[in-house]
Write a protein that binds this ligand. Sequence first.
Ligand code: G4P
Length: 543
Amino acid sequence: MLIDQQAGTVTVEGEDWPVVADALPRRTFAIISHPDAGKTTLTEKLLHEGGAIREAGEVFSKGNRRRARSDWMAIEQQRGISVTSSVMTFEHQGIRFNLLDTPGHEDFSEDTYRTLTAVDCAVMVIDAAKGIEAQTLKLFEVCRLRSIPIITFINKIDREGRSPFELLDEIADKLALDTAPMSWPIGMGGMFRGLYSFEEDRAWLIDKVGGALCPTIIDGAGLDDERLLAAVSSQTHDGLLEDAALAAEACPAFDRTAFLSGDMTPVYFGSALRKYGIASLLSALARHAPPPQPQPALPEPVEPDASDVAGFVFKMQANMDPNHRDRVAFMRVCSGTLKRGMKLGNSRTGKTIGLHNPIFFLARDRELTEEARPGDIVGIPNHGTLRVGDTLSERSGLAFTGLPDFAPEILRRVRLDDPMKIKQMRKALLDLAEEGIARVFRPLEGSNWVVGVVGALQLEVISTRSEAEYGLAIGFEATAYETARWIDIADEPMRKRFIASQRANLAEDGDDALVFLARNGWELERVQKEWPEVSFSAVRERI
Ligand code: G4P
């Protein structure tokens, strides 16, 4: 890549691209769902609607070609799941959308949780036949913890599903959220005829013309509009009128303040596969989703309109080339205007890092941005200097807070086939721990390191990558431990007594934090009762 500052161009692969300074409003969001609810399909259709891809399937087929080059990514392909997160940026209706992809598989939920710390809004996709599923609930709880507003998209209305009322009730009951239906299906499943948008006063109807389904849009239509009456059977029309009256009575009207505080969700119906209701969803994101929000930090939250640059790393991704230990750190810009070549301080190490090759995600076709603003994500290539949770800023003494580490649910001892390679193995494990792929625990007694993961698939990633990137053949053996808790003891003499008494069950993690390894829930409870002044934590914030 060649940059000509004066001409304002960047040359990529021999072609000149104009550089744009864009100060468009931002909407930074993620899609949360249970696997199979339709997140991938919806992502594609949103990108298509937003003009970022010409044909649905384009981005993902390219991604597959790129991914096929790396060995460990083969796991993704074999399992048909998405392990890594990435960022997709597009502009629509004068707004720059940053869509952060999150892995749907539950083994990688930890990565998803961290990605959610970098968004201002989430779209919750629900399968109309299945309703709220386990993973949706878990992810919703993370959003609630951070008061992230949620827009609901009830997907697959082209198939037989539950009644809209039943689905709205379930959201209200299970998530304790007020629901405000913004659109309504005109018939469902086999009887599906279209959507009525209460918000836009628009009927969107589909009709079979010469075997193909063609949409007709009736703008400014009231529910009694003659054009609507003429287009659907009287039975379907009566059903819509009845449902609309009941919905208006049973559900509160949309209240943006309640939505922004996480107490209400606007609900849109549609079908990602058939691209029904996608335009309304995108307009909803433009209209209702919040602009970049202040981010929790010490000594005080960072306001997006502050002039100095500050951001935090929420994700690391290994370089696709297994021969290099390069990594890309994904950083959310929280304030200021970040430019290529800028120098930022890392609050954890106290060192300065020059952003010589930040990856700015593509804004528009044929144009590149050379700067990133609050709400944007930049990729920072590095050789291990950055970690998940790092704060990069022009301000000294600033540290973003709230990036969670979760207690592992699977603990394994690492078996090394060639004992001469123990040093390399330790380095590999610490590197992978820094990327946030696993926890590494060094017991205070004994020399066998233990790795902890949230999902079993992470173990596969560790062994595949150890082999591909470090030439290490490793396996995993059962340990006596079932779970781990981070320990916090304010009083130093008590800390010493606790360590002396529990030494056999204690370890240090990759950041040298003290961890209690428990054989089972019963043991954990017993020790907790014995040491009431000690805090045992299942979630740790990376500061
Ligand atoms: P995920 O990322 O949330 O796991 O879901 P994904 O988009 O992969 O969708 C899961 C399955 O649901 C896919 O079918 C997809 O085609 C289907 N699907 C998504 N949206 C809709 C919809 O609006 N209506 C209907 N009827 N189906 C939908 P699949 O058979 O598993 O995969 P494929 O062979 O179709 O790709």
